[in-house]
Design a protein around this ligand. Structure first.
Ligand SMILES: Cc1cc2nc3c(=O)[nH]c(=O)nc-3n(C[C@H](O)[C@H](O)[C@H](O)COP(=O)(O)OP(=O)(O)OC[C@H]3O[C@@H](n4cnc5c(N)ncnc54)[C@H](O)[C@@H]3O)c2cc1C
Length: 414
């Protein structure tokens, strides 16, 4: 047992990486999450389109830390954070404080004030969101079988807002599911279903190369997706969306991938916010004037070695919890997580979810949008290379805490 206690809010990529690191050093950790599981966000759209079951992408947090005796997992939502006291209040009704407070609460949908968007569209940030979306898709299909007149009212139009990675992946997966899987149960509907993707930018996957813009657009159009580029969503209603060019798309299912912001609980903590509302952090990921409070992962505005803000990616979040300095993912690695998926034909992953999907005979879309745990990790590395990378690691957060602990106990940093 150590003298130091660390409170980690959020058991996502960043929080889990941080707790795992601290556990190796026997630091006492209390991890709080509103879910009792860790979710693998990059595969949410596969749950939403019924290609994977929810439990394929969610792991119990207690299971992850079952061998780490210094990590205690508590299932509760944090409702407010007191930076000065390094304490939080939770839905369990009790307050908790610690020597160090680590917040890794991720991001949530940013509707940019679009009227009706929060009420009538479906975001895709959690397993619950994905299941809600899947249910909505099936409800719409079932309702249309019973009442074919709903087709005229746009019930089989699926509108995706946002042409970034989430929107593009979801549009592709949905178009493919509607084409390949839906006909099995809803033969009469397949011809009428239509996926629309709306983005106010002129290209898809804006941060990627020109080649990727063109490729993504072509692939989606080949799969029957209608692109509405250069127009924004003006308002979302229960039965339609209106666009900035005056058009209206009748729909009963709007999926919001149009932007994100840090989770409410950290946004409300009164900290300076930068691009996209992300919390400004120091080089060591602490926040201004609070050297014992850290913000990690998607919620933080983390600068890479070149000073540029790092993208909100799983690898960046993991590194923010465990490495010296999150690295800008190499362009090809980043494309490995998003765009290359679009280019892959056939199944390449050998991860558990894909295997289970085939075994269960789930509604597979022929694995053309495979997504892979390996994609997130990048290419497999040789053992020697892995060792060198480990040697180079300076566990900033973990060792920072350990040094502080030693400094506290004998007055100087070892
Ligand atoms: C649909 C989608 C697809 C993606 N695809 C890719 C991809 O292909 N490749 C890639 O690299 N990245 C991808 N990403 C991004 C990647 O998932 C994120 O960068 C990463 O999950 C961020 O990790 P995090 O730990 O900061 O936050 P998260 O993983 O979001 O974890 C935050 C945790 O905090 C908990 N939490 C939040 N608020 C509270 C509260 N008030 N109280 C208690 N707990 C709370 C949540 O339950 C969650 O467990 C994708 C993201 C999405 C949404």
């Amino acid at each position: 047992m150590s003298d130091t206690t660390v409170l980690i809010v959020g058991g996502g990529f960043a929080g889990v990486a941080c707790a795992q690191l601290l556990a190796k050093h026997d630091v006492d950790v209390i991890m709080l999450d509103r879910n009792n599981y860790h979710q693998f966000q990059p595969m949410l759209y596969q749950v939403a389109t019924a290609q994977l079951a929810a439990d394929d992408i969610a792991r119990p947090l207690r299971g992850i830390f079952r061998h780490d005796k210094t990590v205690e997992v508590r299932h509760t939502a944090v409702t407010s954070i007191d930076l000065d006291a390094r304490s939080v209040t939770t839905t369990l009704g009790s307050g908790l404080s610690a020597d160090y407070l680590v917040t890794a609460v991720g991001a949530e949908a940013n509707y940019f004030g679009t009227p009706g968007a929060a009420e009538h569209s479906l975001p895709l940030y959690s397993v619950n969101d994905a299941e809600r979306l899947r249910t909505r898709i099936l409800e719409v299909l079932d309702a249309t079988i019973e009442r074919p007149e709903l087709i005229e009212m746009g019930a089989l139009n699926f509108v995706i807002v946002g042409g970034g990675p989430t929107g593009v992946e979801t549009a592709g997966a949905l178009a493919e599911a509607l084409r390949d899987a839906v006909p099995e149960g809803y033969q009469s509907l397949a011809q009428s279903a239509q996926v629309h993707l709306v983005d106010h930018g002129e290209v898809l996957l804006a941060p990627f190369s020109d080649k990727a813009h063109a490729y993504a657009a072509k692939r989606l159009q080949d799969d029957g997706v209608t692109l509405h580029l250069g127009v924004g969503v003006k308002e979302v209603f229960p039965d339609r969306v209106t666009l900035s060019d005056g058009d209206t798309i009748m729909t009963h299912a709007v999926i919001w991938g149009g932007g994100e912001k840090p989770a409410d609980v950290i946004a409300a903590a009164g900290l300076p916010q930068g691009h996209g509302g992300r919390i400004e952090v120091e080089q060591d990921l602490t926040v201004a004037d609070h050297p014992q409070v850290y913000v990690l992962g998607d919620a933080a505005n983390i600068a890479g070695a070149d000073g540029k803000t790092l993208p909100q990616l799983g690898s960046v979040a993991q590194q923010s919890g465990s490495l010296d300095r999150p690295q800008h993912p190499r362009r090809d690695r980043r494309q490995g997580t998003y765009a290359v998926r679009l280019q892959r034909q056939g199944h390449h992953g050998h991860d558990r979810p894909q295997r289970r999907r085939r075994r269960d005979g789930c509604a597979s879309a022929r694995g053309r949008w495979p997504g892979s745990v390996r994609g997130l990790a990048g290419r497999p590395r040789h053992a020697a290379q892995r060792r060198t990378e480990q040697d180079r690691r300076v566990h900033r957060l973990g060792l920072g805490l350990l040094q502080q602990e030693r400094r506290d106990s004998d007055g100087r940093c070892t």
